[in-house]
Design a protein around this ligand. Structure first.
Ligand code: CP
Length: 321
């Protein structure tokens, strides 16, 4: 199994063979998760701490389930009850937790780059569960697994990523991963929500949904991230839905067998029509949630193997690689 990483901080650190290694192992965890007895022991004896400085439903719940199913001791820090509320810094919090010898630290933070900084201060493996508008690598991996299962491949597909690209870490991680796997990526959104340099990311950029969706195999809708917006970047939600919300009429421009994706949480009637989101003939949104648990199990399993190997080498007085 090829997976060399010490931490999982972003997609650029992964080579295509490492992405395939994660997805192949995740397939085995999909099978396990569908059984009545879901226990495995890949993380037995290890301690996993989940540190979420921003709200989360899918990511936090799936990391917690993933760790428990693999036999780890899992603690999720309630930030609202922590000493961060008394002025403690992120680094002091990290150093405090580090002194308790965790093996895996799962971190979500509103500041881009905060998780990288934290990884340089602790002795355990760190997983980025979303930092600002920068990266959300496990979301891109679970999206990749969902696409590969629905389309039978993860290459030579036309993927349209639509909506609030500017504030989206999901878009950035997906653009990097899907680009590495040699897919054609289209970004569709109003000019106010597409970063000026987006054309240099190796993507085609469209302001018109009909043009951008033409012939797409995958339609990935994004949430309007109002919490990261300064000022009025859209005229109104009603107008936004009219021009950029995915409905049956706009979907007809994509391929007949195009799948619909959304990382969640969804704003029904803003970026996507609610009935379309629930249409299981086209929508794989619930599959994305299911794949999230399996991918996070695979990522933590692979990081734990590297951690155990590194510690084994250290104990034997060997050279760390
Ligand atoms: N997709 C995603 O990151 O969802 P949550 O914010 O609910 O974790």
């Amino acid at each position: 199994m090829t997976f060399r990483a010490r931490h999982l901080l972003g997609i650029p650190q992964l080579a295509p063979d490492e992405i395939v290694a994660v997805l192949d192992l995740a397939e085995r965890y999909v099978d396990l998760n569908r059984r009545t007895d879901k226990r495995a022991d890949a993380l037995a004896g290890l301690t996993q701490i989940n540190l979420f400085f921003e709200p989360s439903t899918r990511t936090q719940a799936s990391f917690e389930l993933a760790g428990k199913r693999l036999g780890a001791d899992v603690m999720t820090m309630g930030i609202a009850q922590s000493s961060l509320r008394k002025g403690e810094t992120l680094i002091d919090t990290a150093m405090t937790l580090n002194a308790m010898h965790p093996d895996l630290l799962v971190v979500r933070h509103p500041a881009s780059g905060a998780v990288h900084l934290l990884a340089s201060k602790v002795a355990c493996a760190v997983i980025n569960a979303g930092d600002g508008r920068h990266e959300h690598p496990t979301q891109a991996l679970l999206d990749a697994l969902t696409i590969r299962r629905a389309k039978g491949r993860l290459t030579r597909l036309t993927v349209a990523i639509c909506g609030d690209i500017a504030h989206s870490r999901v878009a950035r991680s997906n653009i990097r991963l899907l680009g590495l796997m040699e897919n054609r990526i289209r970004l569709i959104g109003p000019p106010t929500l597409v970063p000026p340099g987006a054309a240099e990311w190796g993507c085609e950029v469209f302001a018109d949904m009909a043009e951008g969706l033409r012939g797409a195999d995958v339609v990935m809708m994004l949430r309007l991230q109002r919490e990261r917006m300064e000022g009025g970047l859209i005229p109104s939600e009603r107008e936004y839905f009219h021009r950029y919300g995915l409905d049956a009429a706009k979907l007809r421009h994509a391929r007949e067998d195009a799948i619909i994706m959304h990382p969640g949480p969804m704003n029904r009637g803003v970026e996507i029509d609610g009935l379309l989101a629930d249409d299981l003939r086209r929508s794989v949104i619930q599959d994305q949630v299911e794949m999230g648990v399996a991918v996070r199990m695979a990522v933590m399993d692979l990081l734990a193997r590297n951690l155990r190997a590194e510690r084994g080498l250290r104990a034997a007085g060997g050279v760390l690689v």
